[in-house]
Design a protein. Structure first.
Length: 510
């Protein structure tokens, strides 16, 4: 069924999965807290990722690094210089926008929409400030048979501006600004009156020590990958792994996004689940293909995302980052369109080589089998945990029509569900029998006790939070030592002896 974002937002707040932070003080924009069910769901997804990619593999180790890092790291990695978005303000209504996102909005909202391939190229063209005109010309030549007449007209207009930028490198933002004022309307007031584009660094700055001065400037990390690169030699020495092998990390990252939004899809504080997989140069593209397959299988088989809502999107040559041999996005179809959920990038030896040069430390690898030394290439499968939580909720959301009206069932995979078993006494006087069962089962699984309201309404409440099994304690429990277990997805009920409950659920929830 088609799910709208408002459905997920309403359910998340009503059932305490996710809600806005500092609500009693009027909120802090785009900041979200995870409630009792949301926090457990997030932890379950995180643990499933670690189990799948670390615990069940012999070629992976886990790292948990600090948030603060020597600021020189971010200079070496390039984040201080290039980790930015092109920012512009509408002079009329004073709203602030990303210039590249305005291109995408132009494609979606215009009466003459641009093609998806062209929009992707165009947005990157603006974001990169046309670093290489020859690549842009080649992209136009390659795609001219796929792009519409409207696409080609605007592409050639952009190329004219690109050539002007190339000739006037000191004034390139001014040239792009002239184009913006000619072609791109403000989505809020439709004026074409933009401030000059300026680069807005996405890293949050802070200071160490008591007194602020320039030498004490440090950053909240915008990603988790660099910790893995600078710890490569330590991991190699202590784990005694041989290349190919990988280092995984889950942790918070922070980006001062200009236009965060769509609930928990794009936020300034988020969690990443990231792997850097080190391999021999020349084997990297084969490993890239293998990691694409492994990541897609994890999303469909372990997380239960809808297969029809997932797709690969390989980056074209002109789209690749300067350090990449190949990059593929795994996109998910959100209610607001297809957007990146995960990426798998071949980062070559760019990062290790850069840190070697700057730190003067040897980060190469000696292959004792083949008696040769090299700097490993790196495959990076990276996924946003909070985006995956949103995709999980969207995939699980189902509205069921009954004689009493519609109701919501959250069909989360049982092993990921926040509450695995609900213990429901038919009447309150059966509290003793119900609590004995609760204390036994809760040693292994997350359970919840609920005695309020009729059993039917309690079923529906637990359906809404994705609980796969409801266990009813009634007179048969007292007389025959049996309970009734209801399945969330089928509605079928089993009568199970109390003494056999652990074995019963162990088979169901393995």
């Amino acid at each position: 069924m088609a799910v709208e974002m408002k459905d997920i937002v309403e359910l998340a707040k009503a059932r305490w999965f996710v809600f806005q932070w500092s609500e009693i003080y009027g909120w802090l924009a785009n900041t979200w807290d995870y409630g009792p069910y949301g926090s457990i769901l997030k932890e379950n997804i995180k643990n499933a990722w670690i189990k799948n990619f670390v615990q069940e593999r012999t070629d992976m180790v886990l790292l948990d690094a600090a948030i603060f890092m020597n600021p020189q790291t971010w200079v070496t990695s390039g984040h201080v210089w290039w980790f930015s978005d092109p920012l512009t303000d509408c002079k009329k209504c004073k709203t602030r926008h990303r210039a590249d996102k305005l291109i995408e909005d132009r494609s979606i909202n215009s009466q003459n929409p641009l093609s998806e391939e062209f929009t992707s190229w165009l947005a990157k063209f603006i974001k990169d400030n046309t670093k290489n005109i020859d690549i842009q010309k080649k992209a136009i030549e390659i795609n001219k048979n796929k792009w519409s007449e409207t696409d080609m007209k605007i592409a050639n207009e952009y190329l004219e501006y690109a050539e002007l930028i190339e000739k006037n490198k000191d004034n390139k933002n001014t040239v792009v600004h002239l184009f913006m004022n000619k072609s791109i309307p403000c989505p809020d007031c439709w004026a074409k009156d933009w401030t000059e584009i300026r680069n807005f660094n996405l890293m949050f700055e802070t200071f160490q020590w008591v007194i602020k001065n320039e030498g004490d400037l440090i950053y909240l990390r915008p990603e988790t990958a660099q910790w893995i690169f600078v710890n490569f030699a330590n991991a190699l020495r202590t784990s005694r792994k041989k290349v190919p092998f990988g280092i995984a990390q889950v942790g918070k990252a922070f980006r001062n996004e200009i236009t965060p939004g769509n609930f928990i899809f794009r936020t300034r504080e988020f969690e990443q689940m990231e792997i850097e997989f080190f391999c021999e140069p020349g084997t990297d593209l084969a490993w890239h293909a293998k990691w694409k397959e492994d990541c897609m299988n994890f999303l469909t088989d372990t997380i239960w995302l809808n297969k029809e809502s997932l797709r690969f999107r390989d980056h074209s040559v002109d789209e690749l980052s300067h350090y990449s041999n190949a990059t593929t996005d795994i996109e998910f179809k959100y209610p607001f369109g297809w957007w990146e959920l995960q990426w798998v990038a071949d980062r070559t030896d760019f990062d290790l080589k850069a840190h070697m040069t700057e730190s003067k430390q040897d980060l190469s690898y000696f292959d004792t089998v083949n008696n040769k030394k090299y700097i490993p290439y790196v495959i990076e499968p990276s996924i946003g945990l909070t985006r995956l939580v949103l995709a999980t909720l969207l995939s699980a959301y189902d509205k069921v029509e009954t004689e009493e009206g519609s109701r919501i069932v959250l069909r989360i995979k049982p092993s990921l569900a926040p509450i695995k078993i609900a213990i429901l006494p038919i009447v309150k006087k059966l509290w003793d029998e119900a609590m004995k069962i609760f204390k036994t089962l809760s040693k292994t699984w997350n359970c919840e006790y609920d005695e309020t309201g009729n059993v039917g309404k309690r079923y529906f409440r637990f359906d809404e939070i994705g609980t796969p099994y409801c266990l009813v304690v009634d007179d048969a429990t007292v007389n025959n030592s049996t309970v009734t277990v209801r399945d969330r997805d089928t509605g079928l009920q089993d009568v199970v002896k109390v003494a056999e409950l652990e074995e019963y659920f162990r088979k169901k929830l393995c």
